[in-house]
Design a protein around this ligand. Structure first.
Ligand code: FAD
Length: 217
């Protein structure tokens, strides 16, 4: 599926094909800002803005999206996993626009979920986790987990491998959620201290993985 960068959150919510194939995008979009923000804000603008607490970046990471960037000089494709460079910083060069988001088909029967703890006034994530879990022959064949709000950029957790080939019991999910925060330099601000934020991220990871697994068929 391809999403034009000027697509508003409202248009994402109104798209039946998108809801059917990538329910995670619709689920997350429903929680972005308020009605006015969703009516006027675009997915491309949100991604290019690269707020470290934005909700959509980890979704793009678990879905393994590709962003098409265009300038007068030409076009290039950048994986979402290489797009975010720092707070409000991406690989976009001056004069370059994000013009398209390309989403590969999710694995057959994959379950997806997002869990976040929101800053009460803005709705931005103090810590949020997106998960995608695919099950084949009764065991987990693929598991992706990504975070927002925790560190300076959204990031994909490399620690999901122990779930592959298992049924994903709660202890195993808990261990993966714990391991995902190992060595993470968490943000520390007036909204949430470092240790509290790490704790929220572990809980969000556990919830997102558990829900994604429950939704996988
Ligand atoms: C009150 C409020 C609450 C919000 N709550 C949330 C929330 O809970 N979760 C969340 O994730 N976000 C939240 N947001 C942020 C919202 O998602 C973004 O403001 C919105 O997506 C930006 O889209 P826009 O089209 O208005 O971009 P703009 O604000 O117009 O642009 C943002 C930046 O990106 C650049 N830009 C825009 N489009 C492109 C493009 N295609 N290519 C390259 N550069 C581009 C602009 O030049 C600008 O620098 C909130 C915003 C507000 C105002």
């Amino acid at each position: 599926m391809r999403i034009g960068a000027t697509t508003t959150y409202r248009e994402l919510l109104d798209s039946k094909p998108l809801r059917a194939k990538y329910p995670l995008i619709a689920e997350v979009t429903e929680h972005i800002g308020d009605l006015q923000v969703r009516n006027a804000g675009t997915i491309g603008g949100g991604l290019a803005h690269a707020d470290p607490a934005a909700d959509m970046p980890p979704v793009m990471l678990v879905l393994d999206a590709t962003f098409v960037l265009q300038s007068k000089g030409g076009k290039r494709s950048v994986p979402a996993r290489k797009f975010f460079k720092g707070p409000f910083t991406t690989v976009l060069k001056p004069g370059e626009l994000l013009v398209e988001i390309r989403l590969p088909g999710p694995p057959k029967g994959a379950g997806m979920a997002y869990a976040s703890f929101e800053q009460a006034a803005s709705g931005y994530a103090l810590a949020g986790a997106a998960a995608l879990v695919a099950v084949a022959k009764g065991v987990i064949a693929r598991a992706e987990l990504a975070f927002t709000g925790v560190a300076e950029t959204p990031f994909l957790a490399p620690a999901t491998k122990p779930l592959i080939g298992t049924k994903g019991d709660p202890d195993a999910i808990g261990r993966v959620a714990e391991a995902a925060m190992a060595g993470v330099e968490a943000n520390d601000d007036i909204h949430a201290g470092r240790e509290y934020r790490l704790h929220l991220a572990r809980v969000a990871a556990r919830r997102a993985l558990t829900e994604a697994l429950a939704r996988a068929t």
